[in-house]
Design a protein around this ligand. Structure first.
Ligand SMILES: NC(=O)c1ccc[n+]([C@@H]2O[C@H](COP(=O)([O-])OP(=O)(O)OC[C@H]3O[C@@H](n4cnc5c(N)ncnc54)[C@H](OP(=O)(O)O)[C@@H]3O)[C@@H](O)[C@H]2O)c1
Length: 256
């Protein structure tokens, strides 16, 4: 049976991706920062009749946690077929009454600490996890990596006044973190271009989850479908590309 690891899969989009890959017959590892939350997610899936699912503690910001997860998975698996780098944070902060603290995400006023915190998860976390699991992925016949990205990380959209969310999607910290992650993935796809790897970046769309305090207008089901499409892509499929069906419903591919 084929295998998949999803970071940040204890809830939100990652959890739904896990469910969809289980429906496709994969053995799924629910990456979760918190062991209890991971176990709870597994129990929920088992209650729905899925058996090939396990939790694995993985804090993407922590070398020790990632290396430990790699060692533990290595004891169970000869190869890993799919890695979904899904764990992510926005860096957007709210006050005690739930009001957004706008200055925490603006280019003028976001603090270096906010940048460091967000980059530690969204950029360095992706590099850390990807590099740790690359050897197991290389043992798969058709390895796939999906980087869960965002159209907010597109430099083209962010500089296009015609973009429908041009004035509202201005998150300097989060947007730049996804742009940096995309660039990392483009380099990785280039370095692995002559191998069976297919590595793509996918924007799940503005989805109702805790991430945006449930303000998103798309569902986790739609988001997960958008992601697994590239996790299951054939050998003739793209690599090193950026997709956002929400932005370009026609082909899905969007500009950097
Ligand atoms: N929702 C949207 O509209 C939207 C749009 C575009 C892109 N995205 C991207 O989609 C991905 C998933 O977002 P979501 O909406 O599902 O968010 P979510 O509901 O907030 O879930 C985020 C997940 O990431 C985990 N996580 C955070 N920091 C982590 C760390 N250091 N190590 C491991 N796991 C960590 C969280 O764990 P805890 O439960 O322990 O916090 C949680 O499981 C993110 O990369 C986000 O940038 C979301």
């Amino acid at each position: 049976m084929k295998t998949a690891l999803i970071t940040g899969a204890n809830k939100g989009i990652g959890f739904e991706v896990a469910k969809k890959l289980l429906q496709q017959g994969f053995i799924v590892y629910i990456g979760s920062c918190d062991v209890i939350k991971g176990q709870t997610a597994v129990e929920k899936l088992r209650a729905e009749g899925f058996v090939n699912v396990e939790a694995i503690q993985i804090d993407v910001t922590d070398d020790h946690s990632v290396n430990y997860a790699r060692t533990e998975l290595g004891k169970k698996l000869d190869s890993l077929d799919i890695l979904i780098n899904n764990a992510g944070i926005s860096g957007v902060k709210v006050d005690q009454t739930g009001n957004f603290l706008e200055k925490t995400w603006t280019a003028e006023q976001a603090t270096i600490n906010t940048f460091k915190e967000v980059y530690e998860t969204n950029v360095f976390g992706v590099v850390r996890v990807t590099q740790a699991f690359l050897d197991l992925l290389k043992k798969s016949k058709e390895p796939r990596i999906v980087m869960v990205s965002s159209s907010v990380g597109s430099l083209t959209q962010q500089s296009d006044p015609q973009w429908p969310i041009y004035d509202t999607a201005k998150f300097a910290v989060y947007g730049s973190s996804k742009a940096a992650m995309n660039m990392y993935a483009v380099h990785l796809a280039y370095e692995l271009r002559d191998t069976p790897f297919r590595i793509n970046m996918v924007d799940p769309g503005y989805t109702k989850t805790d991430f945006n305090y449930n303000t998103g207008f798309s569902t986790v089901e739609t988001a997960a479908n958008r992601i697994i499409k590239y996790a299951l892509i054939g050998q003739d499929g793209p690599t090193g590309k950026f997709f956002s069906e929400e932005t370009n419903p026609l082909t899905g591919e969007i500009s950097w």
